[in-house]
Design a protein around this ligand. Sequence first.
Ligand code: SF4
Length: 251
Amino acid sequence: MVGMKHVVLFSGGAASSYAAYLLANDKKIPFKDIVFLHTPTLSECEDAEKFRLKVARRIGIPMTVWGRGEDIWDCMDRNRMIPSNFFPFCTRELKQRMKEEYYKYLKRCGEEWIEYIGYGPHEWGRVQKAVARNELIGRTVKFPLVANRISNDECKRIIRDEWGIELPSAYQTLAHNNCIPCAKGGKAYFRLVWEHYPGEYQKMAEKEEKYGYTVFKGISLKELADKFEAEKEWEDMQMNLSDFIPCDCWI
Ligand code: SF4
């Protein structure tokens, strides 16, 4: 008989953590068939892994990790270029391809699966795209936070205040617990990285120089840093984080 796995894409951000919790508490789903699939990029804030482990233990299901063993810097070096909003090859190679490899493994084991993503009710556009994409290939995808109308802020509150688990430090300054820096971030996002993660900003600026591509059209990160430094008004002008588009599979 073909089995059915329920695979939560578990990035280790607050939203996917709470989506995983909802699934684990859904009495209709056999506990043994729930998979917390984590596809690591090894490039997040330093306490992200600690957070993931604590969440998995709180829920009582071990993480399943399937990754390439590369961080974003390795990925850039292998491709000899840097990712951007238009060509985010890091998402594709470190996350989407790893997820697909895991699904191939499930198939070989004779399993079917349903995918669960932690998009929130405010991310309706992304939900629709994911549904359409999956329908095309005959897959089922579900969104526990949308179904339960739970916002991202509420997920953070519950994890922090009710579970007593400290959120990853990235949330203190950035909207998402993603790679730092994420090449899909806009200038406002890079302004925050420049201020709070200068080492990572510098590393990305060096990759731009090394490979001759820039994250933003017409301006290098080095030039942008000079602007941040010189023009105080950047601080107010650029703090709009709405220009940040997170990884498609990273929530
Ligand atoms: S979070 Fe950003 S840098 Fe990391 S894999 Fe996704 S697009 Fe790439």
